[in-house]
Design a protein around this ligand. Structure first.
Ligand SMILES: [Zn+2]
Length: 260
């Protein structure tokens, strides 16, 4: 397998986003009533994966629209909570020029993951049915960026090995499995990429950095705190498995690439 990290710029957020214990107010991650100069800059990443003949992008990062029209593209609410920083050519499709792309697999539909879908056409976009339903209910959180795509739903079935008992074998060959994780949002998934060399997990926002799962640090934006803690524990267990090649998350300051 090959997993290449593609950084599509940065986002300026409250320090309550990666670690909710950094503020007393539980909604501090929104950045409301905080000095903007104290914001922290976190990378916005997506992942290009080649495994068993499939070439896919997991999440889409920021769109090229963000470079010049960030406020208009995101709308004020999303722009305020997670102001993008991006240079021309940072978008995933520019960095993937000349590469094959069979599908986009979404971990969830928050703006910093779905914005880049704007730049992509002609390939199926997979997400969970639960995430699409949730994004339609939470208009403030998702804005307009998750709308207007003809999503293919992951065919999620019962799976006793999955952390929350439900998973989808995306291509039917065991190479990429989506685990439903109602943690960061109702329909978030973790993708497990596997071949004979081992496996790697792509977490989306189930954790913002290695310390998230190693120390059980709860991030700010949460759909279900108990589920997130349980999920971080599961990720930590997986990270210690001898076949684990790496754990990748969308806002990790480390840059991890996997080539086996
Ligand atoms: Zn994110």
């Amino acid at each position: 397998m090959m997993i290449r990290t593609i950084q599509t710029g940065w986002t300026l957020v409250s320090s309550g986003v990666p670690d909710r214990s950094s503020h007393r107010w539980k909604k501090a991650y929104t950045g409301l009533f905080q000095c903007r100069s104290k914001r922290i800059k976190v990378p916005v990443k997506c992942f290009y994966v080649k495994v068993n003949g499939h070439s896919v992008l997991i999440d889409a990062g920021w769109s090229r629209e963000v470079v010049e029209h960030g406020l208009r593209h995101l709308g004020f609410g999303l722009w305020f909570a997670s102001e993008p920083v991006m240079a021309a050519g940072d978008e995933a499709m520019a960095q993937l020029r000349g590469e094959r792309l069979d599908a986009v697999l979404m971990t969830h539909l928050d703006c910093d993951h779905a914005s880049g879908l704007h730049d992509i056409s002609g390939v199926p976009i997979y997400t969970s049915r639960e995430e699409v339903a949730f994004s339609r209910k939470r208009k403030l959180r998702y804005g307009k960026l998750a709308k207007g795509y003809d999503y293919r739903y992951l065919d999620i079935v019962a799976d006793s090995e999955a952390p929350f008992g439900q998973s989808c074998d995306v291509f039917g060959d065991g190479s990429i499995t989506a685990y439903l994780t109602p943690t960061h949002s109702a329909g978030s998934v973790i993708y497990c990429v596997a071949d004979s060399d081992g496996f790697a997990l792509v977490l989306g926002d189930n954790g913002y950095m290695q310390a998230s799962w190693q120390q059980g640090i709860l991030p700010g934006p949460l759909y279900n705190a108990d589920n997130m803690l349980r999920c971080l524990g599961w990720i930590n267990e997986q990270s210690q498995h001898p076949d684990c090649l790496g754990i990748l998350c969308a806002h990790d300051p480390r840059n991890l690439n996997i080539t086996e």
